[in-house]
Design a protein around this ligand. Sequence first.
Ligand code: AMP
Ligand code: MG
Length: 320
Amino acid sequence: MSDLTKIMLAADADGFRAAADIWASGGLVAFPTETVYGLGADARSDLAVAKIFEAKERPSFNPLIVHIDSIAAAQKLVVWSDAAERLAAAFWPGPLTLVLPIQPDAGISPLVTAGKDTLAVRMPAHPIAQALLTEFNGPVAAPSANPSGRISPTNPTHVAEGLGTRVDAILDGGACDVGVESTIVGLFDTPTLLRPGGLPHEALEAALGGPLATLGDHISTSDLTAPGQLASHYAPGAAVRLNATEANAGEVMLGFGDIAGDLTLSASGDLREAAANLFHHLHALDKMNASGIAVAPIPDHGLGLAINDRLTRAAAPREG
Ligand code: AMP
Ligand code: MG
């Protein structure tokens, strides 16, 4: 554990500056919120966000919550609405995450949204989180600072034990108050509770001035993936063919390592670089209007697991 004391930053002006500098240079900093410790990175940097998935050993790219220090900062990232205004007025700063349509020019890495056109934003109430976000002056993507599948960390020791030196620094803010993750509300045609948290359903409905649906209220999951609802995970229009060594007639090729393509995820075979490029390259290849996208084999370890999960879904037959 002696190495870990080197990555602990004190919650003072010097510590905030050091943490913000690490974010600005594409590193990972764990920081306290009122719910749990978050594993933060600059939400605009593909490589920095790829490091979050690598550090957590997440086998898939699920979307991340972006932390901001003000309503004004949120409004630059998402399409604000009356419902958002009501909920933010009632519960921000605090343990409430709002999912809204992303602004086209938000500048957020598509790894943060998993290629969706919606973005989850939250303004934490913890004074250390607020001071740090204000010092950084940019959007910070942060899931809980624990390895995938493990219990969420509520103090810096949990973070250090779980992630060790995979995190560049831990801002030491002592124990979190709540220890329950934020309540997530999706503001689509029907405001929907996407993840229950510490905020009572009735209080959310009172602030909204109307009903809050729960996921169970929807008739089927296809309702949630309809346009205007929960946007489906990004799938290219072209058919995707995996483990290809070359493109067939009419196909464009997504390369990796020694197998070069029309676009290549990483010529050097670096999985972090490949993850950072994944959504950008799929979009760009899709725009080439080929009959299909042939994809070179990606190693099935580390970030390759998440990349292959995404590609496998893209290759799967589409629902209606
Ligand atoms: P965690 O990684 O533990 O902070 O959890 C983040 C949660 O936010 C997950 O349940 C995600 O599915 C959810 N989330 C983040 N962004 C979105 C989004 N755009 N749409 C729906 N859910 C989201
Ligand atoms: Mg978590």
